[in-house]
Design a protein around this ligand. Sequence first.
Ligand SMILES: N[C@@H](CCC(=O)N[C@@H](CS)C(=O)NCC(=O)O)C(=O)O
Length: 224
Amino acid sequence: MSLEFYFHPLSSFCQKVLIALYENDTPFTPHLVDLSNSEERADFLRLWPIGKFPLLRDAAEDLTIPESSIIIEYLALRHPGWTPLMPADPDLARQTRLRDRFYDLYVMAPMQQIVGDTLRPDGHNDPHGVQQAKALLETAYDMIEADMADKTWAMGEAFSMADCAAGPALMYANAAAPFGPGRKNVGAYLRRLMARPSFARAIGEAAPYIKFFPMADKYRALYG
Ligand SMILES: N[C@@H](CCC(=O)N[C@@H](CS)C(=O)NCC(=O)O)C(=O)O
């Protein structure tokens, strides 16, 4: 098996790629990385000094591929399956990339900022940054509410990389800063995403680790 995947099941960006892998039953060797373990961290830094997962190794090509979106594009190109993930049409591909960027930068990133703030040592919190992150999420939620009014998936009827990004981003963001009952389209979209077998599998595999998520009580109250 040439693909090796370095990840942690709890990580939103890793779940994003797991969805892509599971969509197409792409065979891979899993390497669960515990970054809090100094030896595992040092091994991982040798592969990717930036130290952020997910990371894909394609041994057959001697390629190391970081960054969730780049990994998914690589899978779509070099290990395609029945779910295309990236449309062949260049205009649709550009729109897919825009939505993927939107979910990474304006949902995943502010969610990480809010969650990350709870892990900071006493006296080093950033209330202003958290307030800005919450305001950004509110704007993003309103945009998604309008965008998802008459679509099944982010790009319409075809499931794509944008939905891989949206699933974990919205699931964790809803725990950090709830959409609220008024945003029916966002809530319905998240329910569709969580019911999708690829994401449901990733969520199930993360379940034993949810106790380590800093907002585990809020997560459980929402999703059981
Ligand atoms: N832009 C990166 C972001 C990856 C990222 O933020 N990963 C987080 C986990 S969700 C991480 O590795 N955090 C560990 C750390 O920063 O030490 C991607 O799309 O893959």
